[in-house]
Design a protein around this ligand. Structure first.
Ligand SMILES: [Cu+2]
Length: 161
């Protein structure tokens, strides 16, 4: 009996190690979701967050929130001397990696924000991952120029469209 269990363990271990290396399911956690406050209704804004993946490769393919009419996944790229935002179909989240959406970089763009986002408030946002499915987070609203986690996200601001 014991011998049989040991044999089963010996068989399963290499498989477990293989699953850790690249394939296998993604294990997504979303940290520090925040958005800057907005003034007035019908404006645009952006949400930023950190995606931590302790499993296999995944992709963020959509985001939605009741706070805005439309949301898009955006990147920020240098076009000559000008930083331009570009809509992308997905944001890659490689296996065992951390992807940071931050001002001046990748972000979730929100169009036609219904109610002005106020410093200290929050709103729910659902992120859809190709493998991990839907993950809903509470996005904290911070003052203009602010961020979460005490990190310096750089001087580049996300100034409207
Ligand atoms: Cu944008």
């Amino acid at each position: 009996m014991i011998r049989r269990i040991l044999f089963a363990l010996a068989l399963s271990m290499p498989l477990a190690i293989a699953a850790c290396s690249d394939g296998g399911p993604s294990e997504i956690s979303v940290e520090e979701p925040f958005a800057r406050e907005t003034i007035g209704a019908g404006t645009t804004g952006a949400a930023y967050l950190v995606i931590r993946n302790s499993g296999g490769a995944d992709r963020l393919i959509a985001a939605s929130t009741e706070a805005a009419v439309t949301t898009e996944l955006h990147t920020h790229e240098k076009d000559g001397e000008i930083m331009r935002m570009r809509k992308v179909d997905a944001i890659d989240v490689p296996a065992h990696d951390v992807v940071t959406l931050q001002p001046g970089g990748k972000h979730i763009m929100m169009f036609e924000i219904m109610e002005p986002l106020k410093d200290g408030g929050s709103f729910p946002m659902t992120l859809t991952f190709e493998e991990a499915g839907d993950i809903t987070v509470d996005v904290t609203v911070v003052a203009t120029g602010g961020s979460l986690g005490g990190m310096d996200h750089g001087a580049m601001d996300h100034s409207g469209h």
